[in-house]
Ligand binder design. Structure first.
Ligand SMILES: [Zn+2]
Length: 310
């Protein structure tokens, strides 16, 4: 393979694992090089790309990007601040891709660039025993010069794959949530589609025919009950009968990504036992019923609840 690409891959494979800055930086270089027609890359372009990656990984999956849980990397703190501002303005906590609302977000680009210059741009090229040359930067400039942007463009698929793989490995060091590789990968797609949950209604109706809201306990009238993930979808990244309940639309939209309380977990366990009994008494043989049974036997509700709390 090309020498320049080998050097790039060497950095990706050998980088330290304290946080994911280098992955985000490398990914931004590759993505930008396939959009430009000269070797100049501005720090503002890189900062915006990195902001996009972290926004999407945070707002959808709340992935932790650094080993020090109580002190997240500074760039992430900026992203989280902006997500909160966006939620406040929006009046609900429905996640959205950065690409779709980019123009509405006021990036503090100066601060982001400062972080990158301080912590990432030079460190990216440093391995334990050597410094690798891929680009050059003159102090005081707001851009860097890539040695070979055309080759990055040509090999972008391989590089993206290597970066995603390494990024996943690093995330696994400080995230206990399941399906991390899938979470990282899906953010490459244009749309994150939530599955239609209506196929679960017939199961939920069997146990909750009068449509009581799981969150406020009141009867849901004059609206189709919403189907809610008790343990957040952002954590599980999966739709499972054992985790789904009916709620009011309004109750549901106020709480996305919030970790349930122990009393809610107790309530869900009781609900699941009742639900399984009812479905078995009807001799229901569908796949979701078998999965519900396994979930009860293996104590999924409590196990996933505990791991999403830590
Ligand atoms: Zn309610």
């Amino acid at each position: 393979m090309n020498e320049y690409i080998n050097k790039f891959l060497k950095i990706i494979r050998n980088c330290s694992v304290d946080n994911t800055y280098k992955m985000a930086w490398g990914r931004a270089l590759v993505e930008i090089s396939s959009e430009i027609n000269n070797e100049k890359i501005h720090f503002s372009q890189i900062a915006t790309k990195i902001f996009k990656y972290y926004w999407n990984q945070t707002i959808y999956f709340d992935l932790i990007q650094g080993s020090n849980i109580s002190k997240p990397p500074e760039f992430i703190t900026e992203v989280k601040k902006q997500i909160e501002i966006y939620y406040q303005k929006q009046g609900n906590r429905q996640p959205i891709r950065f690409e779709r609302i980019e123009s509405e977000i006021n990036l503090n680009i100066k601060k982001l660039i400062k972080i990158l210059k301080q912590d990432v741009s030079w460190r990216f090229l440093k391995l334990k025993k050597e410094t690798i040359s891929l680009y050059s930067y003159q102090k005081g400039n707001d851009y860097l010069i890539l040695e070979n942007y055309e080759i990055l463009k040509e090999y972008s698929d391989i590089l993206f794959e290597a970066i995603n793989f390494r990024w996943t490995q690093i995330l696994e060091n400080f995230n206990s949530s399941p399906r991390i590789a899938k979470k990282v990968k899906i953010l490459d797609l244009k749309e994150i589609k939530r599955n239609n949950l209506s196929k679960f209604r017939s199961f939920l109706d069997a146990e909750n025919p009068n449509h009581f809201c799981f969150i406020c306990n009141k009867k849901i009238t004059n609206e189709t009950p919403s189907i809610d993930h008790v343990i957040p979808w952002s954590f599980l990244f999966s739709d499972d009968l054992w985790n789904l309940v009916y709620t009011h639309k309004s109750c549901n939209s106020q709480k996305s990504n919030i970790i349930p309380s122990e009393s809610e977990i107790n309530k869900l366990e009781i609900r699941n036992n009742r639900l399984l009994k009812i479905l078995e008494s009807k001799n229901d043989k569908r796949k979701a019923v078998k999965e519900l049974k396994i979930a009860i036997e293996k104590d999924y509700v409590r196990k996933f609840w505990i791991s999403c709390k830590t």
